[in-house]
Design a protein around this ligand. Sequence first.
Ligand SMILES: [Zn+2]
Length: 121
Amino acid sequence: MKWSTNGSLSPAARLRRRVDAWAVKLRVMPRAVRVQRMTRKWGSCSTAGTITLAIDLDDQSEGFQDFVIVHELLHLKVPNHGRLFKALMTAHVPKWRALDAARRGARDVSPPAALRAAGRR
Ligand SMILES: [Zn+2]
């Protein structure tokens, strides 16, 4: 467990650290990272570049956390779920399809409606 030595950090701080590490790796720069209570989604990415994550994502497995974080960060590069998006997901989170299936029927991970409405899908 990578984060066990950081047990004193709050859930939000732990998630932000994880986002920071992935942002460096993926070479993206979110304008802001918010961690808050969310009930319908695990995360979202706004057109303005703000990443929002559900605070209870911290309770999920590290693999699932990475899946959600990478998914949202990749939207800073690719606004849709097309072929390029899927190829990048596979490159960084090889088991993402299984993780995606596992969360289906529960909460969604997707770009906000505004992004789709802008016709960038
Ligand atoms: Zn998405």
